[in-house]
Design a protein around this ligand. Structure first.
Ligand SMILES: O=C(O)/C=C/C(=O)CC(=O)CC(=O)O
Ligand SMILES: [Ca+2]
Ligand SMILES: [Mg+2]
Length: 419
């Protein structure tokens, strides 16, 4: 599969990928649906206006769904429509097809340089849930917060533990994150108020629900992929001092809801299919509603870097992989809905922090510094236990298998001073 659009070697926006997003331009400021290819955005709204989506589903719906300022309406159409769109776009962007490549005027209008667009939140998020699906992360955090004997709660190997997060503070990559103020417990046991002194990132990915389910119904594990539109990178910013003091017994609250960042391009499950791998062996075997005979883990290489304000060099502080996750997207969705909880198009489910087995694969500063005991040295010589004002944190994700490359782009945010 080759495109007439030249794709730089380090780009994950290949003809195989076709990730969906919402963009606008200075000349047409209305946000609309596009896909990324190489260093360009393809204006899907314009292709729809030109009646170039001619398949059985999109012939009817493309003008409506691709003119929207969010992906929700397109996602609600379901997987056959997503597949029809991806295949048609792959065809229109291929070397063989001359519809765009043979029409200079159309090509100029349809292909817009990534540098000339403004990206927007790709979907409206009604509800946001964050799981806790990496055994390594759960063990590490449990050891630090509750001691080695109580690190992994007995329920953890039986169900994907999660908490309901806050949708209103989910922001797009590039948005500054203000250091939160809050309550924290000082070493002498007194309770203080002020800026968090243990501000952290969490390396995560998140899946977005395409087609929902009715209240009272559940989504089976066999059917889960029909409901998952795609995947983004996510940073669940966390204030560890606020979190450690507030979280018993109801879980994360103000330590996490001051900001969560996602990447702008949504990579579909169809694009990720070549990267399916066997996940960690699940022992004990999960209950039948969570048991999956097919693999549901993906080989996605992930990294996190920090760039201090005054430095122009970033330092990679963590290299991990989505394949380390114990519970899969399918298991998370089946569990979330087994009680009849309804999911709606645009609902977002974070994986939880993606830590691997080695020290350089831990997905948070809490683990990398072991709660502040060891510092991480950056390329400019400065040391970090947690994040400082001015730090720019960037998450990247990439899949490679032979000739097939699929990338997620990046998800970044800069820490700014507390109010
Ligand atoms: O109390 C704990 O053990 C830890 C809770 C979290 O850090 C919650 C969370 O965001 C889960 C995750 O990212 O894996
Ligand atoms: Ca989290
Ligand atoms: Mg957060």
């Amino acid at each position: 599969m080759k495109s007439f659009v030249s794709i730089p070697k380090d780009s994950g926006f290949t003809l195989h990928n076709i990730p969906f997003g919402i963009f606008s331009t200075a000349s047409t400021p209305k946000p609309r649906v596009g896909v990324a290819i190489g260093e360009f955005v393809v204006d899907c709204n314009l292709l729809a206006i030109k009646s170039l989506f001619n398949g059985p589903i999109l012939r009817q719906h493309s003008e409506d769904v691709f003119s929207q300022p969010t992906l929700n309406k397109f996602m609600a159409l379901g997987r056959p429509a997503w597949q029809e769109a991806r295949r048609r776009l792959q065809d229109l962007l291929s070397e063989e097809n001359k519809t765009i490549s043979g029409n200079e005027i159309l090509m100029k209008d349809v292909l817009i340089p990534l540098t000339a667009v403004k990206m927007h939140l790709p979907f409206t998020i009604g509800d946001y849930t964050d799981f806790y699906a990496s055994k390594e992360h759960a063990k590490n955090v449990g050891t630090m917060f509750r001691g080695a004997e109580n690190a992994l709660m007995p329920n953890w190997v039986h169900l994907p533990v999660g908490y309901h997060g806050r949708a209103s503070s989910i922001v797009l990559s590039g948005t500054d994150i203000r250091r939160p103020n809050g309550q924290k417990k000082a070493k002498d046991g007194s309770i203080k108020f002020g800026p968090s002194e243990k501000l952290d990132f969490e390396l995560e990915m998140a899946f977005v629900v395409g087609k929902g389910n009715a209240l009272g119904e559940s989504i089976s594990i066999q059917n889960a992929n029909e409901h998952i539109f795609g995947v983004v990178l996510m940073n669940d910013w966390s204030a560890r001092d606020i979190q450690a003091w507030e979280y018993v017994p109801l879980g994360p609250f103000l330590g996490k809801n001051f900001g969560t960042t996602i990447s702008p391009w949504v990579v579909t499950l169809d694009a990720l299919e070549p990267f399916l791998v066997e996940g960690p062996r699940q022992n004990p075997t999960p209950l039948p509603y969570l048991e999956d005979k097919e693999s549901g883990s993906y080989d996605v290489e992930l990294e996190v870097s920090i760039k201090p304000e005054k430095s122009n060099e970033e330092t990679v502080v963590c290299k991990s992989n989505l394949k380390h996750m114990y519970w899969t997207f399918k298991q998370q969705l089946a569990h979330h809905t087994i009680n009849g909880c309804n999911m709606r198009p645009g609902d977002l489910c974070g994986t939880g922090t993606i830590s691997g087995p080695t020290k350089d694969s831990f997905g948070s500063m809490l683990e990398l510094s072991w709660n502040g005991q060891n510092s991480v040295t950056l390329k400019d010589g400065s040391e970090r236990t947690f994040l400082e004002d001015g730090d720019l944190v960037t998450i990247r994700g990439m899949c490679k298998k032979g000739e097939i490359v699929v990338g997620f782009g990046s998800c970044s945010g800069k820490i700014i001073q507390a109010k």
